[in-house]
Write a protein that binds this ligand. Sequence first.
Ligand code: ADP
Length: 397
Amino acid sequence: MNVLVINAGSSSLKYQLMNPETGDVSAKGLCERIYIDGRLTHKVGDKKVEKDIPMPTHAEAIQAVLGILVDPVDGVIKSVDEIDAVGHRVLHGGMEFSDSCIIDDEVIAAIEKCIPLGPLHNPANLMGIRACQAVMPKTPQVAVFDTAFHMTMPPKAYRYAIPTEYYKNDDIRRYGFHGTSHKYIARRAAALVGKTDFKMVNCHLGNGSSMSAIKDGKCVDTTMGLSPLAGVPMGTRSGDIDACVVQFICNKYNMSVDECLNMLNKKSGVLGLSDGLSSDFRDLEAGAEQGNEACKLALEKFYYEVAKYVGAYAAALNGIDVLTFTAGVGENGITTRQAVCDYLGFMGVKIDPEKNKIRGKETLISTPDSKVQVWIIPTNEELMIAQDTAELVNAAK
Ligand code: ADP
């Protein structure tokens, strides 16, 4: 089976053509500068092709993707009919979606209803869906939501302690994001540990970071909230912050709430703490090594907050059996994993520094006597999207 996985942003569109059973990727690429001019980068194995193709809308971007997939020289299939289904990443499913689903008019209307919750991403995701429907009307399309995995959280985890009317009238609550990644890691962890009934914390630490408390494969709490701003500090996002900081800054600097939120989303996190030096952990590690105090603080704050959430979730779950690290920093950040685990000795977490010296490989890094198994598990959101898509499409046959 061939599943085309689409992740449509406001001016970009990422794609992968993959086999959901084996995880083999036959081609992948990126359309950029949609609405500006249009640029396609297409990769088959180690071969990379770059082309300037006019993309006045997402429809032309999808046309360009299909065009290159069937291209006699750079393509990997003979006809678009060889694509059995399309899986779309959709950011916000609100309270409408607790699972992936086959796209029909009702689903589109429900995704539209969630636009106020995901004002930047959902419209772009919809453009990707509509563009695919237009050019491949007979191919089944599936929506996979970044929020869906978290819909199993109990009210005590998802409700904010504010007047009920905002929840009842406006759906204001914790939703959580990176759900596709958390779901994939929960499944991989179950396969690696060899059972399904256990308690774990997954640390998805990348440019955007979120953590989830997971019991028997189901999410019971997560760090991101109504939006991806909440939780641990990230590359450029502040993470949790007292709402009065917004009021103070807006008043003092005559900023609008939107401007202040832009600062909290784009100029904060480890970028802000490192005095604007970098949001990239490799730069911060290099800076810290050279004695840069701001870089040291940015990293220390990050390790501290990640460890604090592991502790909080261990309390929420009444102990944990497994701790997993994934995404760019989680998979590659040797120092980060060591520093976070150093905080957790009190709960019996012990990692082997030698085993920890590894990047991007599925590895058990805890010692045999550690009370908690600590794993590095590389995430694969595209594969999770392709698998959900295949499952739904096969079930509907
Ligand atoms: P995104 O949230 O954008 O998907 P990724 O999961 O790709 O981000 O993570 C990107 C981050 O991973 C980079 O900002 C970088 O800080 C970090 N990273 C990548 N390689 C390393 C490494 N070798 N050591 C430490 N951090 C790394």
